[in-house]
Design a protein around this ligand. Structure first.
Ligand code: MSP
Length: 680
């Protein structure tokens, strides 16, 4: 049985993900689904990179332990992957890998030991102990050479990172080194394998980097400098370099160095992988990682594929500092998941950078999905409903009706349209195989255009008026429906939810996700099939309305609440004091403003009790009442009720408060939790 293994990078657990991170997951998910659809046993990995100084610092800033910081980011990631249908439950990833998993510690230690025992192609020890002195950029987790940093303006100040514009740390310490310099020839030989690094332009960059000469790589930091990481085997005074730790996740996840994982997944079964990543981290994947694998005597990856970066409409890279990241909460709130997936794959020419603007997303969604594919599906099915009693017609034109059909200009030979669609399918698959997703989608949309034209030219609404044209009408509608069946199979990996919904509307059994598009045969749509209920799949978006909703401050997800510790805890209480406070999960059932009280909202909150509670909250200046409905919040349930503005408030809503005006941010949950659950 053929197997396939695909990975995304594992994302740093120091910040919340944005569109850029989502993108790699969407592409990998699409590829994984297309492999599964073709009957190939597929393993798809994504996850988080949880060690290193950045996580330590982010945790410190947030008043958390590094593990709490990682858990917090992971819970957000998981909520998002579920909302975007990328998790296991929705047929997406097979593992959400975390480098804090015990089996990973075991696997990465095994990899280190193997390399530490190995000799390089030039007969030297692959790992040696030395001394490192250099400028280290914590956000990049990399030492910087002179051409990679900005010299300081004032003498004595540290240089700054060209990417992050933050000061570098001077690091001078004992360190283990990986003798990368001995692997140049072996790497260049590996790059000779066709399509090992894609796209070709990027492969050439990597080749010239290696030809330019490689320096040995520091692969450990003293535990006193970086403690949050995997200890070096047999020398716990050292912590492994975070990239050594992170890259090895690709093999530890499937069983390298751990028998239980090997049994559960299978390194032997799935390795080598196709690694997908942004071009920003290609060097780590195309130079360091293969060199580690060569040293350990492990087969090299199947392919290393770098995609371009999403930039803002002005061409600037997305970053938290510039404030131009596309937040996943906002995307999710205003757009259908499949529209986002389609946009990601259609808009970005794979491998090149792509501009992201909400307007573009709305335009594409309206033109290609609502007016294009969606309209083709609903107009075809509506006509089948109306003219064919909701059953797929036969599509055949008998000898005696041929002459009538010919007069209308409708092609009496269905092989013409079938041939066109088969060719488009072949093109689609070829482009898809070459990761040219936007081209593949163009090929699919050539089918949409062709079938639309066929319908418009044939004018079924006129044919329906003439008894002699009944078969002609049936033929046109059959062809359109059959084309839709093909489109749903082809497009399944890109839009799993929408294609499944359209499939059902066509009245079809089974799952388009289980049909190999290469095996589609024209005419296998069974006639007589009763179609399902016709509902529009891609509603039209009102551009002005969506844009103004996106721009409203309500739409922005509040930054993760600043922890109390930031302001310093001043006195302590005992656990019993805390236990006196009965904090409960509540769900807002209704929310409204109170006349003449511009700060208060009147909430009805379900705490899992017989009756909902009435609670007044001083948040009216910051929250639109209707946006709160349905939201899970935290309520102090045993606060003595008190009267306010003629209402009895039976509890208090818990919110963080920050800034000079004490802006409230309501506490909420990132995971599902029943109403009335107690917080302890
Ligand atoms: N932790 C490392 C990767 C270790 S893999 C063994 C890391 N993490 S990251 O959180 O910074 O994620 C980088 C990846 O996120 C990129 O390679 C890319 O896949 C994705 N993207 C982040 N920003 C992006 C864009 N603006 N556009 C497209 N993808 C982007 O590096």
């Amino acid at each position: 049985m053929k197997t396939f293994y695909i990975t995304t990078p594992i994302y740093y657990a120091n910040t919340l993900p944005h569109l850029g991170h989502l993108y790699t997951m969407v592409v990998a998910d699409t590829i994984a689904r297309s492999k599964r659809q073709r009957g190939i046993e597929t393993y798809f990995l994504t996850g988080t990179d949880e060690h290193g100084i950045n996580i330590e610092r982010a945790a410190q800033k947030a008043g958390r332990t590094p593990q709490e910081q990682a858990d917090y980011v992971v819970s957000y990631f998981k909520r998002m992957t579920s909302a975007f249908g990328l998790d296991t439950e929705h047929g997406g990833y097979d593992i959400f890998m975390r480098t804090t998993a015990p089996f990973h510690y075991q696997g990465v230690s095994e990899l280190w030991r193997r390399i530490a025992k190995a000799k390089t192609p030039r007969g030297n020890d692959a790992i040696y102990k030395g001394h490192y002195e250099g400028w280290f950029c914590a956000p990049c987790a990399e030492y910087k050479t002179e051409d990679e940093y900005q010299k300081p303006k004032n003498e004595g100040d540290p240089p700054t990172c060209l990417i992050h514009e933050t000061p570098l740390d001077r690091v001078s310490e004992e360190s283990y080194f990986f003798r990368l310099s001995d692997y140049d020839e072996a790497l260049l030989a590996a790059y000779a394998k066709p399509d090992f690094i894609r796209p070709e332009a990027r492969a050439n960059e990597v080749i010239s980097f290696v030809r330019g000469g490689l320096q040995d790589l520091s692969v450990s930091r003293l535990k006193t400098s970086v403690s949050w990481g995997v200890p070096v085997p047999d020398d716990p005074a050292h912590t492994m370099y975070v990239w050594f730790d992170a890259l090895s996740n690709y093999i530890t996840a499937i069983g390298f160095g751990n028998e239980e994982r090997e049994r559960a997944v299978g390194f032997e079964k799935f390795w080598p992988a196709l690694h997908l990543m942004g071009k920003d981290i290609l060097r780590f994947h195309a130079v360091y990682w293969p060199a580690f694998l060569l040293a350990a005597g492990i087969e090299l990856p199947r392919a290393i594929v770098a995609h371009g970066m999403w930039v803002d409409p002005n061409g600037r890279k997305m970053s938290k500092t510039l404030g131009n990241t596309i937040e996943l909460d906002v995307l999710q709130k205003h757009f259908a998941v499949d529209a986002i997936r389609y946009f990601c794959l259609r808009e970005m020419v794979f491998g090149q950078d792509g501009r992201f603007g909400y307007e573009n997303l709305i335009d594409r969604s309206n033109s290609d999905l609502a007016s294009g594919l969606g309209n083709l599906s609903s107009r075809t099915l509506t006509m089948i409903e109306k003219y064919c009693d909701s059953r797929i017609p036969t599509g055949k034109i008998s000898e005696e009706k041929l002459l009538f059909a010919k007069r209308t200009g409708v092609d009496t030979d269905e092989t013409t349209v079938a041939g066109f669609i088969e060719t488009a399918r072949d093109q689609f698959l070829l482009y898809f195989e070459n990761l040219a997703f936007s081209r593949a989608l163009e090929a699919a949309w050539s089918i949409v255009a062709r079938v639309d034209k066929m319908i418009t030219d044939a004018k079924p609404w006129d044919l329906a008026k003439d008894e002699n044209q009944k078969q002609t009408l049936g033929a046109v509608l059959y062809r359109a429906a059959e084309a839709l069946r093909w489109l749903n199979v082809l497009l399944f990996p890109v839009m799993p939810q929408a294609t499944r919904a359209m499939w059902k509307q066509l009245g079809l059994e089974g799952d388009p996700g289980k049909i190999d598009p290469a095996t589609l045969k024209w005419g296998e749509l069974p006639d007589g099939t009763s179609i399902g209920e016709v509902v529009p799949i891609f509603p039209r978006l009102d551009k002005a309305q969506v844009m103004s909703a996106i721009k409203s401050p309500e739409s922005r997800s509040p930054e993760p609440p600043a922890p109390a510790a930031a302001e310093g805890v001043t006195s302590f209480i005992e656990i019993d004091d805390f236990a006196k406070v009965d904090l409960r999960v509540g769900q807002v059932l209704s929310a409204e403003r109170i006349p003449k009280a511009d700060k208060l909202l009147l909430l009805k909150v379900d705490l899992g009790e017989a009756e909902p509670r009435t609670i007044l909250a001083g948040i009216a200046q910051y929250y639109e009442p209707e946006k709160l409905v349905g939201r899970k919040i935290v309520v102090v349930a045993n606060l003595r009720p008190r009267k306010l503005r003629g209402y009895e408030s039976q509890g208090m809503v818990v919110a963080a408060s920050y800034g000079e005006e004490g802006k409230p941010v309501i506490a909420t949950f990132t995971e599902d939790v029943p109403n009335g659950a107690r917080l302890k």
